[in-house]
Design a protein around this ligand. Structure first.
Ligand code: NAD
Length: 246
């Protein structure tokens, strides 16, 4: 489904990013496994892809740094010839009620989740415009759609992702480039592992399908949006949340 395509997945050393990298590679894409600090884990993802007969390369880079993002995208284009798929997955949380949230906690989450996606989209857009093709998939969240107490920083970043997705879809559409977002619900990863049991139980009670999502649920949606099967879908936010956000 994706053979011959080159994909960059940010924050791909674990969780949803890791599963997305493995899934896109499974469908034939060459995958750049971006990571910030976890070199060993990123290399393990690359090894797993290669062991299954795929092609991948780890690339260290903090996406919140404008120049680092530019350098990553420029060198991937130079080495692999094209960039067909960009998955802006890297994200962090620094939860706190607003009375206790520091300026630093607000700024850091916006810097990684929102500006990180902007940085990568900004630099990849030039390449995709020249190619007259490409698919950008941004990781939003059900929290960005519904809001969530204790997450004004995170929800602002994830709602911002939806606005950026729609705007860029309008800017790039005439060149055949699609830009979409995914709003995952409550997915089993290290990000959600840290939630207290009572919070998890309350969340589960609010999900019509009565279970947490798996990373594969998100990764397969990314693969669909990155494929020609989704060629006429752009500017959308696809909820993959067991019905939580409806
Ligand atoms: P995770 O914490 O397991 O993984 C996030 C990855 O991003 C990590 O590998 C981390 O190292 C990387 N990262 C963080 N800052 C970075 C930076 N500056 N540059 C490059 N990489 C960086 O989280 P996850 O649960 O796999 O979430 C992945 C994405 O999905 C995030 O954007 C998250 O907000 C979103 N999401 C997750 C859930 C969920 O329930 N797990 C729900 C909705 C949305």
């Amino acid at each position: 489904m994706l053979s011959g395509k080159v994909a960059i997945v940010t924050g791909a050393s674990r969780g949803i990013g890791r599963e997305t990298a493995l899934t896109l590679a499974g469908y034939g894409a060459t995958v750049i496994v971006n990571y910030c600090g976890s070199k060993d884990k990123a290399e393990a993802v690359v090894e797993e892809i290669k062991a299954a007969g795929g092609n991948a390369k780890a690339y260290q880079g903090d996406v919140s740094d404008f120049d680092v993002a530019k350098e990553m995208i420029t060198s991937v284009k130079k080495e692999f010839g094209s960039i067909d798929i960009l998955v802006n997955n890297a994200g962090i949380t620094k939860d706190n009620l607003i009375m206790r949230m520091s300026e630093e906690e607000f700024d850091k989450v916006i810097e990684v989740n929102l500006k990180g996606a902007f940085n990568c989209m900004k630099h990849v857009s030039r390449i995709m415009l020249k190619q007259k093709s490409g698919h950008i998939i941004n990781m939003s969240s059900v929290s960005g759609v519904m809001g969530n107490a204790g997450q004004v920083n995170y929800c602002a970043s994830k709602a911002g992702i939806i606005g950026m997705t729609k705007s860029l879809a309008r800017e790039l559409g005439s060149r055949g480039i699609t830009v979409n977002a995914i709003a995952p619900g409550f997915i089993e990863t290290e990000m959600t592992d840290v939630l207290p049991e009572d919070v998890k139980e309350n969340l589960l009670a609010s999900i019509p399908l009565k279970r947490m999502g798996q990373t594969k649920d998100i990764a397969e949606t990314v693969a669909f949006l990155a494929s020609d099967k989704a060629a006429y879908i752009t500017g959308q936010t696809i909820s993959v949340d067991g019905g939580m956000g409806m």
